[in-house]
Design a protein around this ligand. Structure first.
Ligand code: NAD
Length: 451
């Protein structure tokens, strides 16, 4: 059976992709399991070379991959180029890992004690639709580098770049079945990956709700888990900050990728004494966000992923909602929604509490440092956040006080492939990226040798 892939900027069907059955998933897992011993036995330098070739193949295909993402996900071309480049860089970064999978020699009496970092076997990587290429790469690259084989399930709405990555891996010379891409529904393909006893690890990125059910499912076989889930991050602006810069960049911290970003700073907390001035600076910045044809180099925001998702986002702004101001959208086909600023919003309002995952931000005043930290932490999520202040001591105090995994001071940037990424609280479990990512794709074996 096939399902249709739709361009969210035009509403046209751009591809038809297989809806794999549970039996089809079992077959892919069987092939991955059969391919595992030989892949784990590839000499470290050779595995490194194959991953570098994979990275080079992605680089050579960068413009094609970026264009595919524009067509499939409605991402702006400039974002899509960054995303393809990120997938390349992550492969490159972890291509250095096979030769550095060090164990330890630990002092013991009457012998020696050695530890080894053993690959797990088959790893299932389950990817959401919001950043298909980077999130695929964050799972598959360290998994392969550690000697595991990978079955990757892209989101139903956005399978095209993942399928292309599968082709590029083969072109680069990776052995067949070491990296497979299986398309289809979450409730069938994703669920089977979670339930199958031969899958030794699941890397799941998606909603907290589905993440919870993945955690329950993984318990049956003690399947190892990395969970990267939702967010409701705070952008905290103190009165002593460079307000012009904080306001000029705040729209991009939440409207980038049309707000479909787990790290979106969707709550702007502003010290009360500068609240009105901040809003007056934010208004022209929001009006200036260029929303439109994602194929154009200077477009800054494209459409939402689907009509259903646009309806769910729009439901956060019912008739009479406190819209302070909003940007524009093109007219005509496409799942458009304007950048929207809500203020004032009551603390119990859905827009205050829930992850909207669209271009809507709320602006909330706070009294002092303790109040800012309290509001920021008043959420089940804890993924990222920003702190704007010229006071370094306060920046560090607040960064340590906010319960979130990725914080930035006087910046909105959260993601670098060489630094760790992941959530506190219900935003996730475990860390991806950075120098320690391979820990999550290996089990430590301890061997004592009597002398
Ligand atoms: P989703 O949870 O609906 O789906 C994610 C993936 O899981 C998809 O591939 C889906 O098909 C699959 N899936 C669905 N049901 C499943 C099941 N029962 N078993 C196994 N897999 C199943 O999420 P989404 O709507 O695609 O993505 C948006 C969410 O992802 C947001 O909440 C966002 O915050 C989160 N996200 C988190 C991060 C992070 O790094 N923390 C990054 C990106 C997105």
């Amino acid at each position: 059976m096939l399902h249709e892939v739709v361009n969210p900027a035009t509403e046209e069907v751009v591809a038809r992709v297989e809806r794999t059955s549970a039996d089809g998933v079992d077959a892919a897992i069987g092939r991955a399991r059969a391919a595992f011993p030989a892949w784990a036995a590839v000499a470290p330098g050779d595995r490194a070379r194959l991953l570098r070739r994979f990275a080079a193949a992605v680089d050579a295909d960068l413009e094609h991959l970026a264009t595919l993402e524009v067509t499939n996900a409605g991402h702006t071309i400039s974002n899509a180029r960054w995303e393809a480049g990120n997938a390349r860089d992550v492969l490159d970064y972890y291509s250095g890992a096979p030769e550095r999978l060090f164990g330890r020699q630990i002092p013991v009496a009457d012998g020696i004690d050695l530890t080894f970092r053993e690959p797990l076997g088959v790893v299932g990587v389950i990817v959401p639709w919001n950043f298909p290429m980077p999130i695929a790469a964050w799972g598959l690259a360290p998994a392969l580098a550690a000697g595991n084989t990978v079955v990757l399930k892209p989101a139903e709405l956005t399978p095209l770049t993942a399928l292309r990555l599968g082709e590029l891996a083969l072109e680069a010379g990776l052995p067949a079945d070491v990296f497979q891409v299986v398309t289809g529904q979450g409730s069938v393909v994703g669920q089977r990956l979670v339930d199958h006893p031969d899958v030794r690890k699941i890397v799941f990125t998606g909603s907290t709700e589905v993440g919870r059910s993945v955690m329950v499912g993984a318990a049956a076989s003690m399947t190892r888990l990395t969970l990267e889930l939702g967010g409701k991050s705070a952008n905290i602006v103190f009165a002593d900050a460079d307000l012009e810069r904080a306001a000029a960049t705040a729209p991009y911290a939440v409207f980038d990728n049309a707000g479909q970003d787990c790290c979106a700073r969707s709550r702007i907390l502003v010290e009360r004494s500068v609240h009105d001035r901040f809003l007056s600076l934010l208004e022209p910045a929001v009006a200036g966000v260029r929303v439109g044809d994602p194929r154009l180099d200077d477009t800054e925001m494209g459409p939402l992923i689907s009509a259903a998702h646009r309806d769910s986002v729009a439901a956060y702004v019912p008739e009479g909602a406190p819209v302070a101001f909003r940007g524009t959208t093109p007219i005509g086909p496409g799942f458009w929604y304007p950048p929207t600023v809500l203020a004032p919003v009551a603390a119990g309002d859905r827009a205050f509490v829930e992850e909207i995952f669209g271009p809507i931000v709320i602006v909330v005043p706070f009294a002092d440092e303790a109040d800012a930290v309290r509001i920021a932490n008043d959420s089940p999520y804890g993924l990222s956040g920003s702190i704007w202040t010229e006071n370094l001591g306060r920046a560090l105090r607040v960064a340590r006080g906010v319960e979130a995994g990725n914080l930035s001071v006087n910046s909105h940037s959260s993601v670098r492939y060489w630094t760790p990424f992941g959530g506190f609280k219900q935003s996730g479990l475990g860390r991806e990226l950075g120098p320690d990512a391979l820990d999550a794709f290996t089990d430590v074996k301890n061997v004592f040798i009597s002398t």
